[in-house]
Design a protein around this ligand. Structure first.
Ligand SMILES: C[S@@+](CC[C@H](N)C(=O)[O-])C[C@H]1O[C@@H](n2cnc3c(N)ncnc32)[C@H](O)[C@@H]1O
Length: 256
C-alpha cells in the first residue's frame, strides 16, 4: 500500500517527546552527533561570548542554550512546534535567554541580512529539501567572513544503513552515488521521516555555489567507550563506528 506524503512538521511533532526522553541531550556544550566529540572539545566556533548565533534545525534547543549560557546571543529555528515547546521550557529551566522561532531552515526571511556572526546546525540539514535556498539564506544572514558550521550523518554511513530495518551492517545497502530522498521510520517513534543523501562532493559544491569557502571537513572517530553512556548506541553501534565514519562536520566561511 502506498503511504501518504510525509508531513515533516507533523512527523517531528509526534517524534519530539520520545526523542527528547531517550537522548537527554546536555546543555553544557553544543554537540555534533552520536560518538562525536562536542564543541567544548573541538572548539570549531572559537570564543562564542558576545557572538550572534543562529541555529537552524535547533530541535530541543540544547546547543543554542549552551551557546547562550556561554555568553552568546542565540536564536533557534525549527520546523517542529513540539521540539520548540521543549526548547522554550528547557531554556527557562536552564536560565538561558534564547529566541526560538518556528520555520523552515530554507526560509530565513524573518532575519535581516548580515545579522549573525555564526550559523550552526547539528544533524538537521539532511532533512532540508531545498538545501540550495537553505545555504544561500545562511550566507545572506551571516556577516562577511561569518562562520557556518554544521554536522550530518556521514554520507558514507548512509550506504551502510539499512533503511528497512533501521540498522547498520558492514555490507553496503545502497550506492553512495544514489541521490534520492530516503523515507525511513524513526527508531524512537516509528514515524516515517524523509531525508536527503548528498555526497561530500555535492556538499562542497553546494557550499561554494552559496558563496562559502570550505575551511575544514572533520570526520571524527568515536571518542566514547562502551562503558560511557550513549543513548544513540541502538542506531549507532560503536564497533561499526570504529570502522565507518558516522558524523561529518563542515566548517565554512562566508566570502566577503
Ligand atoms: C535529528 S533532529 C536534531 C535536532 C537538534 N539539532 C539536536 O541536535 O538534537 C532534526 C531536527 O531538524 C528539524 N527539521 C527538519 N526539517 C527541518 C526544516 N526543513 N527546517 C527546520 N528544521 C527542520 C526537526 O524538526 C528536528 O528538530
Amino acid at each position: 500500500m502506498k503511504r501518504p506524503p510525509i508531513d515533516m512538521r507533523a512527523a517531528w511533532n509526534r517524534t519530539s517527546a520520545t526523542y527528547q526522553e531517550l537522548h537527554q541531550i546536555p546543555v553544557d556544550s553544543a554537540h555534533y552527533g552520536p560518538w562525536a566529540p562536542d564543541e567544548n572539545h573541538l572548539r570549531l566556533l572559537g570564543e562564542v561570548r558576545g557572538k550572534r548565533i543562529l541555529e537552524p534545525g535547533c530541535g530541543g534547543g540544547q546547543c543554542s542554550i549552551a551557546f547562550a549560557l556561554q555568553g552568546a546571543t542565540a536564536t533557534g529555528v525549527d520546523l517542529s512546534d513540539e521540539q520548540l515547546a521543549f526548547a522554550r521550557n528547557l531554556a527557562a529551566k536552564s536560565g538561558a535567554a534564547v529566541d526560538f522561532y518556528q520555520g523552515d531552515a530554507a526560509d530565513l526571511s524573518r532575519f535581516a541580512g548580515a545579522s549573525f556572526d555564526i550559523v550552526f546546525s547539528a544533524y538537521a540539514l539532511a532533512y532540508v529539501e531545498d538545501i540550495t535556498s537553505c545555504l544561500s539564506e545562511a550566507a545572506r544572514v551571516l556577516i562577511p567572513g561569518g562562520l557556518l558550521v554544521f554536522s550530518l550523518d556521514h554520507p558514507f554511513r548512509d550506504c551502510f544503513w539499512d533503511e528497512e530495518n533501521d540498522e547498520e551492517s558492514l555490507t553496503p545497502a545502497r550506492s553512495y552515488f544514489l541521490r534520492d530522498a530516503s523515507e525511513w521510520q524513526f527508531s524512537t517513534s516509528g514515524e516515517w521521516m524523509r531525508s536527503f543523501h548528498r555526497t561530500i562532493g555535492d556538499w562542497t559544491d553546494l557550499l561554494r555555489e552559496a558563496g562559502f569557502q570550505v575551511q575544514r571537513i572533520l570526520e571524527p572517530e568515536p571518542v566514547l567507550t562502551p562503558e560511557e553512556e550513549n543513548s544513540w548506541a541502538e542506531s549507532y553501534d560503536l564497533e561499526t563506528a570504529r570502522l565507518i565514519p558516522q558524523t561529518i562536520i563542515f566548517v565554512a566561511t562566508r566570502g566577503a
